[in-house]
Ligand binder design. Structure first.
Ligand code: SIN
Length: 309
């Protein structure tokens, strides 16, 4: 059996398979379908300082190839996360990432400071890229200087590995990746959702109450794969690929363009057992290709093919 273990910054993952924030419940809701011991890690839904009710309905719309969401970072806030969610999630036998979000730099700093004291949290993922707050204006996700500054300030209050989740809604994502690396990020997650829209022309109605929202799922895979590759080319820190992954083939494509790990998101809504199956399916593909370790595939696109191929 191929070895699936990867090293992601200072984290040892049993395999490169992570849940994507906001697609796998708050904690262990999916554990009977995708047991944590078959995953590399779990990423929480974005936690904010105060509870957030989220945006008005409708805030989900299924499209021909994926879906649009405009949840608006609904969550119960950090106090509830610490009191109820984290103690349960901490029992999971895999690496635990807490995804944090806010509207001001100070929100990220305060959340990181609070979570730094919690040993149950192995790493933080900073959601710099939610398109559904502040009318899609993405305060941190599109300006390299602001993103670098958030990382720099957060870095001062925690030694935990920091991953910056980036937006694809920028001209050059490589500039964003370089900026967060300069700010002290240990890794980059590429990418969050693409800004999108859907309408019902008969009713002259928007499909989302906020008109625009984040588009995710199979339709975004080529864009997300390109973004992940651009990030991997631009920085020395590891990249976690995310966008449209729904098979072991997809996982290995992301690794081939330079990702060290991947996150499975939208596909978990229609198939919550997928993430739990993927490690076995990735192993089978590697075994069939005569590859001993998944690490051999990371960033392999420009390397000569092995004699066996
Ligand atoms: C949301 O809660 O609006 C989605 C989360 C995200 O896109 O970061």
């Amino acid at each position: 059996m191929a070895d699936l273990a990867v090293r992601l910054a200072s984290l040892e993952l049993r395999n490169p398979l992570l849940s994507a924030s906001g697609t796998f419940g708050h904690g262990l809701e999916m554990q009977y379908l995708s047991p944590p011991e078959r995953l590399g890690g779990l990423v929480s839904k974005t936690v904010s300082l105060l509870p957030r009710p989220g945006n008005k309905n409708p805030r989900i719309f299924e499209t021909e190839a994926g879906f649009l969401n405009s949840i608006g970072l609904e969550n119960r806030g950090i106090e509830s996360y610490l009191a109820s969610t984290l103690p349960e999630v901490a029992t999971a036998d895999c690496v635990i990432f807490t995804n944090i979000g806010g509207e001001r730099e100070a929100d990220f700093v305060e959340l990181a400071r609070i979570l730094d004291e919690r040993d149950e949290v192995d790493a933080l993922e900073l959601n710099l890229s939610c398109p559904n707050v502040q009318g899609g204006k993405l305060p941190f996700g599109t300006d390299p200087k602001t993103a670098e500054s958030v990382l720099r300030e957060v870095r001062k209050v925690t030694k935990k590995p920091l991953f910056a989740k980036l937006s694809p809604n920028v001209t050059r994502i490589s500039d964003m990746a370089r900026a967060v690396e300069a700010g002290g990020a240990d890794g980059v997650t590429a990418v969050n959702t693409l800004l999108g829209m859907a309408v019902d022309w008969r009713k002259r109605a928007w499909r989302l109450a906020t008109k625009q929202g984040g588009y995710s799922g199979v339709g975004i895979k080529p864009v997300a794969l390109r973004c992940a590759w651009e990030c991997a080319q631009a920085v020395d820190i590891p990249v976690i690929g995310c966008g449209g992954i729904r098979s072991a083939e997809d996982v290995l494509e992301y690794l081939a363009v330079g990702c060290t790990a991947v996150q499975v998101g939208t596909a978990s809504f229609s198939d919550p057992a997928l993430l739990g199956r993927l490690a076995g399916e990735v192993s089978e593909l590697l075994d069939a290709a005569g590859i001993d370790s998944v690490c051999e595939l990371i960033d392999c696109m420009e390397r000569p093919l092995p004699a066996s191929v």
